[in-house]
Design a protein around this ligand. Structure first.
Ligand SMILES: [Zn+2]
Length: 90
């Protein structure tokens, strides 16, 4: 059986999905049943799950994001350049 300290240490080092299958299973069992660290370490594991999902879906969601016409982009750049030049003079 692994201890609360070992579980917390393993979770703080890296994503628990990267652990060996046996270790991952022991860790999940401990977190499921432990009355001392279960609640906290379950949240840590949920956070790691969320981060993993975010990383997996990050690129496609960025490509689908809003795009701006080249003309509008140039106009905005010119406006920002003019504005920042004006700020420097003050
Ligand atoms: Zn524990």
């Amino acid at each position: 059986m692994i201890t609360c300290k070992q579980v917390s240490h393993a979770l703080s080092k890296e994503d628990y999905e990267k652990l060996s299958p046996l270790r991952k299973c022991l860790l999940k069992l401990h977190v499921k049943w432990c009355i001392f660290c279960g609640k906290f370490n379950r949240q840590v594991m949920d956070n790691q799950d969320m981060c993993r999902h975010y990383k997996q879906h990050e690129e496609p969601s960025l490509e689908k994001g809003p795009t701006m016409d080249k003309d509008k982009k140039d106009a905005l750049k010119a406006l920002l350049a003019a504005h920042s030049a004006g700020v420097k003079e003050d």
